[in-house]
Design a protein around this ligand. Structure first.
Ligand code: 6IA
Length: 138
């Protein structure tokens, strides 16, 4: 099973610890193609010397080769939204995890797509339970 995990990079790294923990958990289900999303040293400014074209081309081909796309969408990110739409267009199974936050709501474009499974959570344990249920159901 190849898993494409999406999480904010230039959109902001406030949830990097969450990404890291979810990716750790996803290892039990397969190969996570996008480990770097959970890299705690990666900031929205400093990346390595990859050009945007290299990032784009590699990520698009990884989405194509993945079996499943899991996105943590609590921190809004243009790139994550793009990846979700691309995965949806390719007919991939998609799970979006959104942490409940006072005064905020997940984008209607994600929440209301009939092809995307959107779940909300309060704790990492709840998010992990959602992931387990998702894998049980597929
Ligand atoms: O708009 P954002 O930067 O927040 O978009 C985040 C999404 O785009 C993530 O889910 C990634 O899959 C993808 N993405 C954005 N920047 C990179 C990147 N930078 N590398 C790979 N995917 C990226 C270089 C990081 C370096 C450790 C190789």
């Amino acid at each position: 099973m190849k898993i494409y995990f999406a999480g904010s990079i230039r959109g902001g790294r406030d949830d990097k610890e969450v990404y890291f923990q979810l990716i750790e958990h996803l290892h039990r289900y397969g190969e996570v193609l996008t480990e770097h999303v959970g890299d705690k040293k990666l900031t929205s400014y400093w990346e390595n010397n990859r050009s945007d074209s290299q990032i784009y081309d590699r990520d698009v081909s990884w989405i194509e080769e993945s079996d499943i796309c899991i996105a943590e969408v609590s921190t809004p990110s243009l790139g994550v939204g793009y990846e979700i739409a691309h995965a949806e267009h390719l007919g991939k199974k998609i799970l979006c995890l959104y942490r409940n936050q006072e005064g905020k709501r997940v984008s209607a474009m994600i929440n209301w797509s009939q092809k995307i499974n959107v779940v909300t959570y309060n704790t990492i344990q709840e998010a992990i339970k959602h992931i387990d249920e998702f894998f049980l159901a597929i």
